[in-house]
Design a protein around this ligand. Structure first.
Ligand code: DGL
Length: 271
C-alpha cells in the first residue's frame, strides 16, 4: 500500500504549486496529478457543481490506485472536501485547514486576511475552521479573481499584475491584519508582488507549503510513507487532464521546476 502513488487534483494547472511542495517534502513518493482543464475555472462555480466535478476526479484517481488524495484546489477544498470525506474511505486532505492553522499560529494582532477566488471567500469555510483553532481571531476576506488569469498568462513580475495587486490590496491591507493567507493555488506564483502590495509588516502564508507538511504527517501517522527511493522519471509523476494537454504542459513549465512528460487527456465525465 505505501508504495502506491498519491493523487493530487486541481481545476487546472494551479495545483502544481502544491505538487511542487509535495515533491520537495516527499521525494520518495509517486504522484498522479489531474488538472480539470476542460471545466476550469472552479472559482465562479456553485458548490453543487464543484462537488460533482471533485467526486468524478476522486473516482478517477481511485482507479489509478492512489493511497491518498490531496485536494490542491482551494475552491474544491472549500466547497467539496466535507462531502468527499463522507463519501470515500481513503485519506483525503485539503489545503484550507493547513493554511488556517498556520495563519492562526502566526498572527499576533489577532487579525488575518484571506485572498482567494469568489467561491472560496464566499464559502465562509476559512472562518469556520478558524473558530476551531482561534475563536478570538478575526478574518477578513477579499476575492482576487484576476490574479488567476494573470498568472496563467505568465504575467509574474509584470507592471499589470503590480497595478492589479495594488488595487486589490488598497483599503484591504489597512484593516489591521498582520497575516495574509494566499488562499488560491496560483497566488504563491506572485508572492513577491503580493508582498510588495500588502507591505512588509504582513506575513504571507502559503497553504501549499503547509499542506505538504500536513500530508507528510498524515501519511506517517497511517504508516503510508514510501520508504524506498524512487527513480525520478515519467512513471513517478503522471499527469492527466480533461482537455488541452499542450496548454497544460506549456503553463506547467512556469509552475514546476521539472519538465513534465506527456499529459494524458481523459474523459472525466465518465467517472
Ligand atoms: N484552483 C483554483 C483555486 O485554488 C483557482 C482557479 C479556479 O478558479 O479554478 O481556488
Amino acid at each position: 500500500m505505501s508504495s502506491r502513488p498519491i493523487g493530487v487534483f486541481d481545476s487546472g494547472v494551479g495545483g502544481l504549486t502544491v505538487l511542487k511542495e509535495l515533491i520537495r517534502r516527499l521525494p520518495k513518493e509517486r504522484f498522479v496529478y489531474f488538472g480539470d482543464m476542460a471545466r476550469a475555472p472552479y472559482g465562479p462555480k456553485s458548490k453543487e457543481t464543484v462537488t460533482r466535478f471533485s467526486r468524478q476526479i476522486v473516482n478517477f484517481l481511485m482507479k489509478q490506485e492512489v493511497k491518498a488524495i490531496v485536494v490542491a484546489c482551494n475552491t474544491a477544498s472549500a466547497m467539496a472536501l466535507e462531502a468527499l470525506e463522507k463519501e470515500f474511505e481513503l485519506p483525503i486532505i485539503g489545503v484550507v485547514k493547513p493554511g488556517v492553522k498556520a495563519a492562526a499560529e502566526t498572527t499576533n494582532s489577532g487579525h488575518i486576511g484571506l485572498i482567494g477566488t469568489e467561491a472560496t471567500i464566499e464559502s465562509g469555510i476559512y472562518e469556520d475552521y478558524l473558530k476551531e483553532y482561534r475563536p478570538d481571531v478575526k478574518l477578513t476576506g477579499r476575492s482576487c479573481p484576476l490574479f488567476v488569469s494573470l498568472v496563467e498568462e505568465g504575467c509574474i513580475e509584470d507592471p499589470v499584475t503590480t497595478e492589479i495587486a495594488r488595487r486589490y490590496m488598497s483599503g484591504f491591507k489597512d484593516t489591521g491584519m498582520d497575516t495574509l493567507i494566499m488562499g488560491c493555488t496560483h497566488f504563491p506564483m506572485i508572492e513577491d508582488t503580493i508582498q510588495r502590495a500588502v507591505g512588509e509588516g504582513v506575513r504571507l502564508v502559503n497553504p501549499a507549503f503547509e499542506t505538504a507538511r500536513s500530508t507528510q504527517e498524515m501519511l506517517s501517522e497511517k504508516d503510508l510513507l514510501n520508504k524506498k527511493d524512487i527513480p525520478v522519471n515519467e512513471e513517478a509523476y503522471r499527469f492527466y487532464v480533461s482537455d488541452a494537454p499542450e496548454r497544460f504542459r506549456r503553463i506547467a513549465s512556469l509552475f514546476l521546476p521539472l519538465s513534465i512528460g506527456e499529459a494524458k487527456q481523459i474523459a472525466i465525465e465518465e467517472y
